[in-house]
Each structure stands twice: as structure tokens, then as C-alpha cells.
Design a protein around this ligand. Structure first.
Ligand code: MN
Length: 319
């Protein structure tokens, strides 16, 4: 991470604090996912753990998987969060313990609400497209909703907002006048912005939200900062609009939301509020309780790693 502001605003933004715009360039950390995929992890990142309720951002590809198995993530559990599968190329076959069996394709929303407990697998189907390119995102559920019933939603026809040089697909929440049908539990937005070469625009934002932009492809300047594909620029809050300039055809993800003011414990695939929450979830997964069963995946389910010897720490947005 590098902070490009010479005098960054030290006050965190939030409901009670008066925060302001910043520009923090976050680079992805390579993380192996399953046996054949390497992703770039943008969140959590050093010093920056959340953007609104968005608490986990992986960018992967574009990878040529013509002669590869592609994504193969065996059954594993989740609790206390929602997962968002978002593709630009390729497809992901989703199976879960509710019995869902869904192929998610580019520009379609696969939204899984873990709530109190769910398990799922994600795989490149056979046959599959040559290229795989997308993002895997998590949204933390607020305390009041983190024990909600698990659910899976697939929305193939998301609302689109257009302006000269811009085609924005609303993944979650509201952008301008369009609202995604995906279920949310905190005020937030996720949008895919396709920009044509030469586009120069000011995107309207909600000043109370904090935002980040993840570059997916092409060359784009975000508030004057070139952001390479696979990198993310954290923008802070207090912005009525965001200047975007596309040097080539380009695509970015806009992620934003009301700053999440609860401290959470994130460990492996679980989000809780205490070490006990996490330890119980781990035990329940290992003993076969609570998380149900994923049917049809060719392979074993994932075993949970050992819990660390020291208690897990509840952390806020920044550390
Ligand atoms: Mn998962």
C-alpha cells in the first residue's frame, strides 16, 4: 500500500467523524486458491480491512484455462457474510447446502447469504470457456442480521445506467437511479463500470459512503491516479462525485458503503464477533453439524485449518 496524499486526512470517516477524500493505492497480494488458481487479494490489506461492509476482495485472471481445470474450490463453510461472484469472462458453477446448482456467467450476480451457516463449492464447469476473469467479494453482515437464514440468489438481468462513455451495471445497492435486486443488509453499492476509450466523466457518489475502485481491465485514471488492472484505489468518503478518465476501453468495479462501525473477527471462511464464535463454527464444520451438505462436487470437502494458539482479535475497518 502506498498513500499518495502528502497530507492524508487522519480522521476516519464515519457517521460521527468528518472524514474526507483520500487516495490510497492498494496492490493485490498473490494467494493460491485451490490447486490451480492464483488470485490477487485486495481486501483485507495492510491498514485497510473494509470499504463499507465490503470486507474481502479477490481479483483473478484473465487466465487461459483452455487446458486447465480452472477454478476448483471444494465444499467449504461460511458464516456471518454474503459472497458475491462477479465475472467478466468464463463461468463458475455454484453448488450449496441449500441444494442450489447454478452456473454464474459474466455480468450476472451470484449472491450467497451465509447468515448463520451455509456451505458451497465453486468450480469451472466442463467444458468451459477459454478465459476466466472475475472477482470474488464478501460483504460482512451486521450483528442484527448475521444469524439470518442462508439464501442463494442469482440475478441474470441487472439494472444498467448509461451515460456518454459509460455503461454501469449495478451489482448491489443503488447507483444513480438504478437499484440491484440483490438483498443487502447495510447501505452499500457495488457497480461494474465499462468505460469507452476517451471517456471523461464525473460519477455521482454518496458523500456519506466511503469508496474504492478496483481496476479490472484497460487503462483508467481514477481521480487522476492511474490504477492498473488488479489494483484498487481507496478513496475515503466525503466525495459528491468521482472523476474517471479512460485512456483505453476499460472496466472497473466501484465498491462503496456506509462505514461499517462494528468490529468483526474474520478467520478462514467465517465472520463472527469473538474467538468463541469462530471456534464454534470451526467445530461445527469439522463435526458435520450446522453447515449441511453440498451434493455433486467431485472431490472431498475442505478441512478447516487449526485455530491459532492466541485469541483472535476483533478488528475494525482499518486495523
Ligand atoms: Mn466460499
Amino acid at each position: 500500500m502506498s498513500n499518495l496524499d502528502l497530507k492524508p486526512t487522519p480522521t476516519p470517516c464515519g457517521r460521527e467523524a468528518s472524514g474526507g477524500p483520500v487516495k490510497e493505492l492498494l496492490t493485490g497480494r498473490p494467494v493460491p486458491l485451490g490447486e490451480s488458481t492464483v488470485v490477487r487479494r485486495l481486501l483485507p490489506n495492510l491498514g485497510r480491512r473494509m470499504v463499507g461492509a465490503w470486507c474481502f476482495v479477490d481479483h483473478y485472471g484473465p487466465d487461459d484455462i483452455a487446458d486447465e481445470p480452472g477454478m476448483q474450490v471444494p465444499p467449504h463453510p461460511h458464516t456471518g457474510l454474503q459472497t458475491v461472484s462477479w465475472l467478466h469472462e468464463g463461468e463458475v458453477l455454484h453448488r450449496d447446502s441449500l441444494g442450489s446448482l447454478q452456473t454464474v456467467r459474466p455480468y450476472e450476480l451470484g449472491l450467497m447469504t451465509a447468515g448463520r451457516a451455509i456451505s458451497h463449492s465453486e468450480e469451472s464447469p466442463r467444458p468451459h470457456a477459454r478465459h476466466l476473469h472475475g472477482a470474488q467479494l464478501w460483504v460482512a453482515l451486521p450483528d442484527a442480521h448475521r444469524h439470518t437464514a442462508p439464501a442463494f440468489e442469482h440475478h441474470a438481468d441487472l439494472p444498467v445506467v448509461t451515460a456518454p462513455g459509460l455503461r454501469a451495471t449495478v451489482i448491489l445497492g443503488t447507483l444513480d437511479t438504478a437499484t440491484s435486486p440483490g438483498t443487502t443488509h447495510t447501505p452499500l453499492v457495488g457497480a461494474d463500470l465499462a468505460l469507452t476509450e476517451g471517456a471523461d466523466l464525473r460519477l455521482p457518489l454518496v458523500p456519506d459512503f466511503e469508496y474504492a475502485v478496483l481496476a479490472m481491465s484497460g487503462r483508467v485514471d481514477v481521480d487522476g491516479v492511474p490504477v492498473e488492472p488488479g489494483s484498487m484505489l481507496y478513496l475515503g468518503c466525503g466525495r459528491p462525485h468521482l472523476p474517471l478518465h479512460a485512456r483505453t476501453d476499460a472496466a472497473v468495479l466501484l465498491l462503496g458503503g456506509e462505514p461499517f462501525d462494528e468490529k468483526i473477527v474474520m478467520w478462514w471462511n467465517f465472520i463472527g464477533r469473538s474467538t468463541d464464535d469462530i471456534a464454534q463454527a470451526r467445530t461445527d464444520w469439522m463435526t458435520g453439524d450446522r453447515f449441511g451438505e453440498v451434493h455433486g462436487y467431485a472431490g472431498d470437502r475442505l478441512a478447516a485449518p487449526e485455530l491459532p494458539a492466541t485469541p483472535l482479535k476483533a478488528r475494525g475497518r482499518e486495523r
